[in-house]
Design a protein around this ligand. Structure first.
Ligand SMILES: [Zn+2]
Length: 208
């Protein structure tokens, strides 16, 4: 799934807290809390260039950390404690959601990879369910739009603007997702072999 889909899914967690607990920071100081939740949704994908879907993806451990953090936020409610808890919960949701997307291959629409996300707890890769076939698939944009609805409905101003920006970025990404790979394939084909050898395997192995 796209990073924006994950960020918007993370934001939904903050909306749920704001609706269920209208006294909480998610309702009274929504901008930092929503930002923390959205950032938690993005965070695991910062491992894109180093051990993608393994280095910063922890489906079990993030979930395990989110529970005590949520308890702490309930016992000692503040913008900070709730932001930390929602950051972790959103990162957990991201790591779990990746199992329902595509595999790790560079052309994930071909469906050849059996690696969706790594579980450090189980010491193995979880296989892709492909409910959303690959990041940037049309159904990925649909998921992003569905996740955007609660936040758009519950907030206005800066937050709404942020959500529309995320949807705009998603739509552009969906349009360029396959052409981008075709361009990369053309570039690798045209490149002398000794240059291709210097690029990390993960980025070129499927193109050779
Ligand atoms: Zn991910």
């Amino acid at each position: 799934m796209m990073a924006t889909t994950h960020a918007l899914a993370g934001a939904v967690l903050a909306v749920v807290v704001a609706v269920v607990f209208p006294e909480s920071a998610a309702a009274t100081t929504p901008v930092p809390v929503l930002a923390a939740a959205a950032l938690g949704g993005l965070f695991p994908d910062f491992d894109l260039y180093a051990g993608h879907r393994k280095t910063l993806h922890f489906p079990v451990y993030f979930s395990g950390l989110a529970v005590p953090a949520l308890v702490a936020a309930a016992l000692s409610p503040s913008t900070l404690t709730l932001s930390v808890a929602l950051f972790l919960a959103a990162a957990a949701l991201h790591s779990v959601m990746d199992a329902f997307g595509g595999g790790l291959e560079l052309k994930p629409w071909l469906g050849t990879s059996d690696r969706a996300v790594y579980s450090h707890y189980h010491n193995r890769w979880i296989r892709p369910r492909r409910w959303i076939r690959y990041d940037g698939a049309p159904e990925d944009l649909f998921a992003a739009a569905v996740f955007a609805v609660p936040t758009l409905y519950a907030y206005d101003g800066t937050i709404q603007l942020g959500v529309y920006a995320a949807l705009g970025i998603s739509a552009v990404y969906v349009l360029v997702r396959k052409p981008m790979v075709v361009a990369a394939q053309t570039a690798v084909d045209a490149m002398p072999e000794h240059l291709v050898d210097r690029i990390p395997d993960r980025f070129v192995e499927d193109f050779r």
